[in-house]
Ligand binder design. Structure first.
Ligand SMILES: [Ca+2]
Ligand SMILES: [Ca+2]
Ligand SMILES: [Ca+2]
Ligand SMILES: [Ca+2]
Length: 295
């Protein structure tokens, strides 16, 4: 059973379950299956991880646009960030709220919820440990007044809270146990499985009548029992391509071996031998501007 669940997680995170109810690709745009207000029309959530909140650069935000008879409309649109009323935690520069989003009806209410990745959030002093905020759907649209924020520091959630985990870097949803309520897969590609820096992990949390459960959840790495592959340092299991991490947009191809921690860009020395640190960062930015999406 665990192996089957892991396979489902990988498919959703790869954006391969297109068209499944509530599923969203790992692009930072949740849609088209999301219906937050239950009116039968899909709604759109657009992550803006580089958005400034006040003077806080790249604290991040999400724009919510609703469907109408004429298509997507600005009427009733919403803007969420971590300082919005009802959201646990506070916005901080570089949090990258909205780096990825995914929707699903976690509580079976008939209104989809929106999960929002905050991969660079500092949690209990752990820089870029990351978290996921959930805004709940209602007849009036998404509401943060009953929002839920989960991290690896949340009581019951699998995995140790550590700096650089980057939980929420990529999100996926699906009904993994087939009980009619959507479940959430949240990648933590910076997880250090068995001390292997950046080998990566995926947390899976299940829906319930009220909200996502923080018990009976799971965590998968390439070293999990029955999982093919072997966890190695910087594998970045769960780190899909083309997802913003705030200041840098880096294609996390498997084995690319480049990752971010806090506000710094880390590149293993053997990849950059002979280059100054400035050159390494410039090369990264230049490649991004050329549309390579990678350093
Ligand atoms: Ca709708
Ligand atoms: Ca719901
Ligand atoms: Ca961890
Ligand atoms: Ca379920």
């Amino acid at each position: 059973m665990r192996a089957l669940r892991a396979a489902a997680v990988a498919l959703v995170l790869a954006g391969a379950v297109l068209g499944a109810p509530g599923a969203a690709t790992a692009t930072g745009i949740a849609g088209p299956a999301c219906d937050f207000n239950g009116d039968g029309r899909s709604d759109l959530a657009v992550g803006v991880p580089g958005e400034s909140v006040g003077t806080l650069d790249s604290a991040g935000a999400v724009n919510i646009l609703y469907g109408s008879a004429g298509g997507v409309t600005a009427t009733g649109n919403q803007l969420f960030h971590q300082d919005s009323a009802g959201v646990d935690g506070v916005a901080e520069a570089g949090d990258a709220f909205g780096s990825d989003t995914a929707c699903g009806d976690f509580n079976g209410s008939g209104h989809d919820e929106l999960a929002i990745g905050i991969p660079r959030a500092t949690v209990a002093g752990n820089v870029a440990a990351g978290a996921v905020a959930v805004a709940f759907g209602s007849g009036l649209g998404l509401s943060l007044l009953t929002s839920q924020v989960v991290s690896q520091g949340t009581l019951g959630v699998e995995g140790a809270l550590e700096a650089g985990d980057s939980l929420g870097y990529a999100l996926g949803t699906g009904d993994f146990d087939g009980n009619g309520r959507a479940d959430l897969a949240a990648a933590a590609p910076g997880e250090a499985e068995g001390g292997l820096a950046g080998s990566g992990a995926v947390n899976v949390l299940y829906g319930s009548v009220l909200r996502l459960l923080t018990v009976n959840d799971q965590i998968f790495t390439q070293n999990s029992t029955g999982i093919d592959g072997v966890a190695s340092a910087y594998d970045r299991f769960g780190g899909g391509p083309g997802v913003s991490t705030g200041q840098y947009r880096i294609g996390y191809a498997l084995k690319q071996r480049i990752w971010t921690l806090g506000d710094r860009l880390h590149i293993p020395p053997h990849l950059t031998r002979g280059l100054s640190r400035t050159c390494r960062v410039c090369r990264c930015v230049r490649n991004r501007r050329r549309g390579h999406g990678a350093c």
